[in-house]
Every structure is written in structure tokens, then in C-alpha cells.
Design a protein. Sequence first.
Length: 444
Amino acid sequence: MRTGTFARAVAVSGAVLLAATACGGGSDSDDNGATGGGDGGSKQVNVYGTDGNMGNALGNDFTEEGALAGMKGTTPLTELSGDFTDRLLEVDPNLQDFNYAGESYDAVIVTALAAQAAGSNQATTFGPYVNGITIGGDACTDFQGCLDIINAGGNVDYDGITGPLSFTDAGEPAQASFGLLQFGEDNQLDDSLTDYVIAGDEANATTDEGPAYAAPGATGEALVIGTLLPLTGNLAFLGPPEVAGVQLAINDINAAGGVLGQPVQLVEGDSGDTSTDTATQTVDRLLQSGVNAIIGAASSGVSLTVIDAITGAGVLQFSPANTSDQFTTYNDQGLYFRTAPPDTLQARALADLIGADGNNTVGILALNDPYGTGLSENTRNNLISDGLSEDSIVSITYDPQAANFDSEVQRMVDFNPDAIVVIGFEESSRIIQQLNAQGIGPQR
């Protein structure tokens, strides 16, 4: 079911994204945000990013006006209501972005509803209820409303902050909303240029509503939720909105009376990134603390290092931001879920955006990890299926810990594409600075 948060989204038929915001590209004169390098009649180059770098934190690394102007990109994003963002700002007044805040909020709410429906705080018991919370039953849009349905003996269909959710059998959204974002002259995202599209198909959602619910008003031991979110590392810019989303959900749940008659408890932790063992240490601590579910990690690479430890301990893992398609078929013992859509959906939205701008040759710079290589490959495949030839696309992976990216940027200069896609994290700013220096970055 679709909620008001999708009011401006563009619908799709089947798995094909029908429409994206079309802004001209690939020509010398572009009044709608085509990016370019060089002077005079030099070729215009469109530069694109994805959810790992399309945030205002990227712009904070640039001091020269217009260094990112016109750079576009995609990120899983719903048109969030003013009420929700205002309440997030009450939790954290310093938020710069709201990326994955809704997904984090929904992950907690779905976990709590599954535990209440199962009448147990044990993940091996309530895990089988998770997918069913998002489909069938009576529609509800907040924890209180869903709890009322459960306590009245009904089944719920939670349509959350990020939309109808409608999980597949693999425990991930069958369709999702994506924001088409663009940076302005001040190197910050220009909200007036943001549009929204839907990718995927709700018809692919599971038809299994899960086990029968426990008795209405079931009580039991407290649900304990841990977090494994990026407070440090190359995705630290995503940490604040995710942490705020989790905390706001906990606040709302406990204001409604909690789960199983008890307030939900929260144990927070840092995920770091794949260059450290922060996540492993945090997971060990969370498991020792007796958590029933862990919200995180944000990075697909980080999740792959800890998923076996979490699910092997009989604890549910629920990521608000993992997008690697590896998780769709991962042997997770039925205990891994995500509110973030798989990269197969983002790649469709990104390829459509690139195509709508009229690009005939595309260079892809992707960090060498499951997120980067997966999104790069899926985007490339979509571009080819849309009609581009294989030799019109060059995909290059890089080490995000490298001292510089001279060789990768030089290969892009030599290729001289119409468009360059940068799939990365915080190191993206250094790559884009080098692209600008070579006259093929966003800077006009």
C-alpha cells in the first residue's frame, strides 16, 4: 500500500522505472545542470554520485564556489514529511542530512512489531514474523496504530516512513523510492531540484504473512536493541541521521507502552569501517549485553564481516543502509533483514538518470568493496540493456585507502566520456577534486 510519502514519486510498471527527471547533458550548452570541465568549447562532462557520497558532507570538503555545481546522483530516499524531519531535529538539532533516517526508524518499528506479534523477545521466534509485518493485514502507519491492531486481535501491514516496505521472501523491499539529487553553486544539495522515483514492483513482495500472532496484549521480557552504525570511518556522515532515526523510533515505541509490556532498551555501538575491527568489537560487546536485535551496519562490507557472528548467535540483524545484492541470497538463517533496497533497484534508477541526460559514453569509478563493485556492475548491465555498447562503458575499481587516485583519473581523461559515475564514500571528495583539476569534474 502506498502512503502520502510517495505523493510525488513516479510510478513504474513491473520492474522498469518509467521516468526520471530529465536534465540535458552531453552538449556544450546546458542550462539544466550539465557539468563540465575546461574552457571555451570544451566537452561537457556529467558527473554522478550515489548514496555513499550524495550528501552535504561531501560539499563541506570543497571551498571553491561551484566545485560540485550540477553534480547529480541517486540515493534511497522518500520525500520525508516536515513533521518527521522536525522530530528528528529535536533528537539531533545538528543534522545536516536525513539520509537513511527513515530506513533506520522503520527497521526499529518493524522489529518491535514482530516481537509483539510473536509474543517473544527472542529473534529466532520473532524473526519469521518480520516479512509479514510489511504485507497483508490492516494498514497502519505508526507504532501506536499498529499496536492497537495487534492488541485487538488483528494482523498489521506497516506502511512506514519509507513507504509500503512490502518485503520480499529475502527480507528486503520489493520496491523503493529514490531521490534524484543535485548540488548547487554553494556545493550543497539543492532541495528545489530534488525529485523522486520508484523502482521495483510491489507485486514481487512475499505472499507469506507469517505465523499466527500470539494472544493480544502478550507480555514478556524486555526487547533489547543494539546499534551498529557509523560513528567513525568513511561513512560517518551517515551516522547522525541513522542514530537519530533509531532513537526517535525507540521514543515513539516507549511512548506507546513499549513491547511486551516493557520499555524497549537501547545499547548503542560504532561500526567504524572495513579498515578497522571496530565492528567486530562492537558486535562482541552487543552480544555480551544480551541484545535481541542489532540495527546496522550501514556499510555492506562491514555487515559481511559480522553477519555470521550476529545471526549465528540467534540475534536478528536489520540494516537500514546495506544495498549490496549479495545479501539477497545470503545464508543468514532467516535473521537478516534490511529496509534499504538492493543495488539492483538503485542501479535501475541511476541508469535511467544517466540515459535521460543523453550520455552515450560512461566511465564508472567504484571503490573496491561489495557495495562499489555490485552497484557498478548492476549499473553497467542496465546501461547496456538500455542500448549502450559494451565498449562505450569503462568501469574502474579503486582502493579507497590509496594515497591518491592519479592513475584512475588519468584513465578517465584518456577515455573522455560523456559521463562519469563516482561510487564511493568520503574519499569521493579527493577523486572529484582530481577530476576537477583535469577539467572533467563537476566544476564549470
